[in-house]
Write a protein that binds this ligand. Structure first.
Ligand code: ADP
Ligand code: ZN
Length: 739
């Protein structure tokens, strides 16, 4: 190939560069760089790709199967280099690592890294006007003109609309003043991100906290990779402590990333950051507008953004000089992305820290079993905060055996819980009722013919949402208005709601406590993060007496007046039969929710309604014996060769045609390469066998920890016939969903 190039006329002797395109391909393509263009690895370039021109990334080495050598005379040419900061080398390596680990095409990982379209569009300078000092008085002076000039006299740049509004005139008046030479059009300078100041405030730590701070300082000072598990009950000061790791990193001149589950990105958190560092951090989450995303992306890439606080995808921003990652609520299953690139952001954050040779801090009141095991084996430093900062004890937890203390018929709150709420209300303090189920009722049926409302496209019941008067499918979004009569037998007024959702519990609360102020926290009732922040603020400010919420109440909020927490259905998460993390997750959720109680005053109480009072999870929650639960759970995992003692991978096969899906799933399973110590389970019809009209089959792969399960899967996938037409095959390494 090179000899072919040598034979070309000198003017066509152009440099060849490997370019990666953000599409579902696992390889770079070579393009020629015209002599008048300069491009470095990481640069974003415009290249012809098929019939289109697309943005690609110059890679620093060829990736994937080069295929047949291309005659350089036919090779396509780079059409332009974008004026965008390049992807830093660390991002290239991280993309490769993620692709290799998740088996997602490298192009899809890079596409994820580019998920801020506005960053790649030419910056649109915004224009405004400012005064021209010393210009002659306009010939025709009107009161409106006078007002506008008086306001503009301060010399500031304002948009025409803003100046017109302030001067209570039309933009025509402003244009007239531009024409007369009294105002001039000027570009409004881009806002720049303020720099967080590590010395903006000083926190005085308790002795236990000071030891933890020292450990994290040492990790940052070590200037190398390390992982620390910051393990302490809710309210123990984990946030204050890890802020010190961020401060130390800033002092050393590096960037910092704090990752949180999306719904924990509250204004409360941002305000705390502001108090500690004197300004807001750069936010990254799904509620940002496209221009905000673009600005944040560029800010990270240029290094202007010093601290990013964001949801899981913040990990894939183009940091030039990242020096620490904090993953708060590290046990949260929301760090797993189950769409396109299936990655576990907490695990990938550890990889990123390792590649960048800097420390990572994983913080939680209920760390994952994986992280506990890593701490126990010494792979992670275990940094422990033993008690609450306020000195208050953790809430006393009472199990309510629903067989012994059943609620009244058609109600969901047992007499024991009822009297606790009554008593809390009388003391003027807050109660929280938790039920991890959106809507009014999970099932609607006809009293007359027994017809059950199911989703036409999924194997799932339709959930009644009474506020919106609709029946919704929680898997595909299908919805219909609640009918007046049964569509099957035609009987009018025969439909009954079965089981509770948060809306129904809220209705019960309204009937029982008509004078109490209620707040409902459920993602479908609150349209956006912004509104959500407002509801949370009002609860913090004591503007609600009884809060009814789904799992969004579990995350990181600090409700100072909250005394009593009631779990309406403690058994809900345990029914997830095939999920090896069901017990762990239920424990974490119940612990986190009950841990919201009594954080300021020593009046915290938790109540868990259950039909399974003897279940190990309930026992652990009620007795508060976390270590016993961990020992039990860890030995279960060890025995079952489950994570972290074994590796899991899922293959999900789907098609609209039922028999096509099944036949292909069986074919895939048959072709599994023989390997000692690797178990291939299935294919089995997925527990939710139809989603959006697609029939789904699952295969589960179990391998010992030390095996390269990716290599095994790659060999297997390479042996499959091409996946054509409507068939789909998804690979999910370390699955968190087994539905
Ligand atoms: P966690 O993250 O472990 O739940 P936080 O860091 O949120 O705990 O601390 C709980 C509460 O105690 C917060 O209001 C926090 O500001 C306060 N707090 C914790 N440690 C200190 C400290 N050393 N000085 C002042 N306030 C503290
Ligand atoms: Zn559906």
């Amino acid at each position: 190939m090179d000899s072919l190039l040598d034979n070309l006329a000198p003017e066509t002797q152009l440099r060849r560069l490997p370019v990666l395109l953000p599409v579902a391909l696992d390889q770079t393509y070579d393009y020629l760089l015209p002599a008048d263009l300069a491009a470095r690895p990481g640069d974003f370039v415009l290249v012809p790709f098929g019939p289109q021109t697309r943005i690609g990334v110059v890679w620093d080495q060829a990736v994937g199967d080069p295929g047949k050598p291309i005659d350089p005379r036919k090779m396509k040419t780079i059409a332009g280099v974008l004026d965008v900061p390049p992807l830093p080398p660390a991002s290239l390596r991280f993309a490769e690592w993620t692709a290799k680990y998740t088996l997602a095409p490298l192009g899809m990982v890079v596409r994820m890294m580019m998920s801020a379209t506005a960053a790649f569009e030419p910056a649109k300078p915004r224009f405004g006007v400012s005064i021209v000092h010393g210009a002659a008085t306009p010939p025709r002076m009107t009161p409106a003109r006078e007002r506008a000039l008086a306001i503009a006299a301060d010399g500031l740049i304002r948009s025409k609309a803003t100046l017109a509004e302030e001067a209570a005139c039309t933009t025509g008046v402003i244009n007239g003043l531009v024409a007369s030479g009294n105002l001039v059009d000027v570009a409004i300078p881009e806002k720049i991100y303020p720099r967080p100041d590590p010395a903006a405030s000083v926190t005085t730590f308790t002795d236990d906290q000071a030891i933890a701070v020292q450990a994290l300082h040492a990790a940052v000072d070590g200037g190398n990779f390390s992982a620390s598990l910051l393990d302490g009950v809710t309210g123990s000061g984990k946030t204050e402590v890890y802020f010190e790791a961020v401060a130390r990193t800033l002092e050393k001149g590096h960037q910092a990333l704090i990752m949180l589950p999306e719904i924990a990105l509250t204004s409360q958190f941002l305000n705390r950051f502001h108090r500690r560092f004197g300004c807001q951090p750069v936010e990254w989450h799904s509620a940002l507008s496209p221009p905000e995303r673009g600005r944040a992306w560029r800010g990270v890439a240029t290094g202007e953004a010093r601290v990013v606080v964001g949801a899981r995808s913040a990990l894939y921003l183009p940091y030039t000089d990242l020096g620490v990652i904090v993953v708060d609520e590290e046990h949260d299953a929301g760090f797993k992305q189950d769409d396109r690139v299936h990655y576990q952001a907490r695990d990938m954050a550890v990889v990123r820290a390792n590649l960048g040779k800097f420390p990572i801090v994983l913080a939680s009141a209920t760390p994952s079993i994986e992280s506990h095991v890593n701490a126990r084996t010494g792979r992670y430093r275990h940094v422990h905060l033993p008690g609450r900062f306020s000195g208050t004890e953790l809430p006393e937890i009472t199990g309510i055996d629903l067989k012994k203390h059943p609620p009244e018929k058609g109600r969901w709150i047992s007499p024991v819980l009822l009297s606790a709420i009554t008593e809390t209300l009388a003391r003027g303090r807050q109660s929280l009722l938790f039920l991890n189920r959106r809507g009014y009722a999970p099932l609607t049926l006809c009293r007359s013919c027994g017809h059950r409302f199911e989703c036409p496209q999924c194997t799932a019941w339709l959930v009644e949402h009474r506020f919106r008067h609709r029946l919704n499918c929680h898997h595909c979004g299908f919805s219909l208005p609640i009918p007046e009569s049964c569509p099957k037998c035609g009987e009018a007024g025969s439909l009954v709601a079965c089981g509770p959702g948060v809306e129904r519990v809220a209705e019960e609360v309204a009937e029982l406590f008509p004078d109490a102020r209620r707040a409902i926290l459920s993602s479908d009732l609150i349209p956006s993060l912004v509104e959500m922040r407002e509801v949370i603020r009002s609860i913090e400010a004591g503007e609600a007496d009884i809060i009814i919420g789904t799992q969004i109440v579990a995350k990181g909020h600090h409700f100072p007046d909250l005394d009593t927490v009631g779990i309406v259905d403690g058994d809900l998460g345990l029914a997830m039969g095939a999920d090896p993390r069901a017990g762990e997750r239920t424990f974490q959720l119940l612990h986190q929710v009950t841990g919201r109680a009594g954080r300021t005053f020593a009046n915290g109480r938790g109540f868990v309604q259950t039909h399974l009072p003897d279940h190990p999870v309930m026992q652990a929650i009620i007795s508060g014996d976390r270590e016993a639960f961990l020992d039990h759970e860890i030995s279960n995992r060890q025995r079952g060769m489950l994570p972290p003692y074994g590796r899991l991978a899922a293959l999900v096969i789907s098609a609209r045609d039922k028999s096509l899906a099944e036949a292909f799933a069986r074919d895939v399973a048959r072709r599994a390469p023989a390997a000692e110590r690797i178990e291939v389970l299935g294919p089995a019809e997925a527990p939710i066998s139809i989603v959006r009209g697609r029939h789904r089959w699952r295969i589960l792969v179990k391998a010992p920890r030390e095996m390269d399960v990716q290599a095994y899967l790659r060999q297997w996938l390479d042996s499959l016939p091409p996946i054509k037409g409507d068939l789909r095959l998804q690979v999910d390494i370390d699955p968190y969903s087994f539905l």
